[in-house]
Design a protein around this ligand. Structure first.
Ligand SMILES: [Zn+2]
Length: 166
């Protein structure tokens, strides 16, 4: 039996939750052609590479949205298995993922969620890196509630300077 996958609940500001009512959920991607269709529909071709917001929903499927879209809107406010930013390059037959991260202060997914991301990308059949190209470590300050991104093993809150849990 495999371990149940870790689900991440939305931990961002409450007012952003309202976006889930006005903004559409991320496009569900199960094939390379879905990415092309999404790019066409949302007019992404002006730039190459294309950076997008992504989440992996609780069924293990990749959902992507315009990079300016909030993760919580992309996920319709639901829990996720992973979240971050994804960069596509070479539209057409050369389409591949060139960069991918777990950067989402809305969900704070741990770097270990890569296994779920890997599985989703493999199912689509898109070439991709062997792991997150940039890994982020998040800590919520127990004192002021700010979500911090840990850099250089520096565990102190950027807002109130209190120590963060390691
Ligand atoms: Zn703080």
């Amino acid at each position: 039996m495999s371990k149940p996958l870790k689900r991440y609940e939305y931990v961002g500001p409450e007012d952003l939750l309202e976006l889930t009512e006005s903004e559409p959920a991320g496009s569900s991607i199960s094939a390379l052609s879905d990415i092309e269709q999404w790019a066409e529909k949302t007019d992404q071709f002006a730039s190459d590479p294309v950076v997008a917001t992504y989440i992996i929903d609780t069924t293990g499927r990749l959902r992507i949205a315009d990079r300016h879209c909030e993760h919580v809107a992309c996920a319709s406010g639901r829990p996720v298995l992973a979240a971050g930013e994804i960069t596509f390059e070479g539209f057409g037959s050369n389409l591949e993922v060139v960069e991918i991260t777990n950067q989402s202060t809305a969900y704070c997914p741990e770097p270990t969620c890569w296994t779920v991301v890997e599985k989703a990308l493999a199912a689509i059949g898109i070439p991709h890196p062997d792991g997150f190209t940039t890994e982020f470590i998040f800590r919520r300050c127990e004192s002021c509630g700010t979500v911090n991104i840990i850099k250089d093993d520096w565990y102190s809150c950027a807002v109130c300077e209190k120590e963060l849990p390691e």
